[in-house]
Design a protein around this ligand. Sequence first.
Ligand code: SF4
Ligand code: SF4
Length: 213
Amino acid sequence: MIGTGILKGMAVTARNFVGSYFEKERLITVQYPEERSPLPENYRNFPFLIYDGNDPHAGLRCVACKICEKECPPQCIYIVKSDDRKPDYLGKPQFYPKVFDIDISVCMSCQICVEVCPFEAIKMDKEFELSQRERFDHLLLRKEQLSKSNGYYHKIHPVEAAAVDKGLADAAAAAEAKKKAAAEAAAKAAAAKAAAGEAKPPPGGTSPSPGSS
Ligand code: SF4
Ligand code: SF4
């Protein structure tokens, strides 16, 4: 019958309208900014940089490899690599970004920078109250504004952050095991070489033969 769909739709609206006076979950509006709806785990806005521990400089995961800068479609990331190095989370000396800017007036929240980063150093933030009166400079976020702790990452994306932590811990354990195996192999090789050196006859001498006394 013509109009059945409209009537069904109006019935849903009426049910929710009347029901909203009795059941809070039927209310789909909140009194923002006093009230806020929780954002889903996968909500994303603009990227931020992660640091481990309490020191945003020492713990910054970014090694200034510039992959994200190259891959960003609207080219809104600007990085200047450091001249010196600092230890990364594995203790390996790495470069770090002397400058890391993101122009969020241009960023389209595509998350490609996050996907391509090999160091789990850049993630998507949920912060959306970023309006400014000045369109250009104030929407250019600097390294200091972009750097946020791993604890913050866990707060906004708990499931994803736990998976990332596990991946990093596994990688660190694998690197440690590899280092240990290499050290053991080197020690074995050195021992074998030393044993071969002992067995070798001195220059000009003869090697002992079976039966000789
Ligand atoms: S989210 Fe997309 S547009 Fe924004 S900085 Fe990352 S790669 Fe560039
Ligand atoms: S955020 Fe990741 S991809 Fe971008 S420069 Fe830093 S380490 Fe490289």
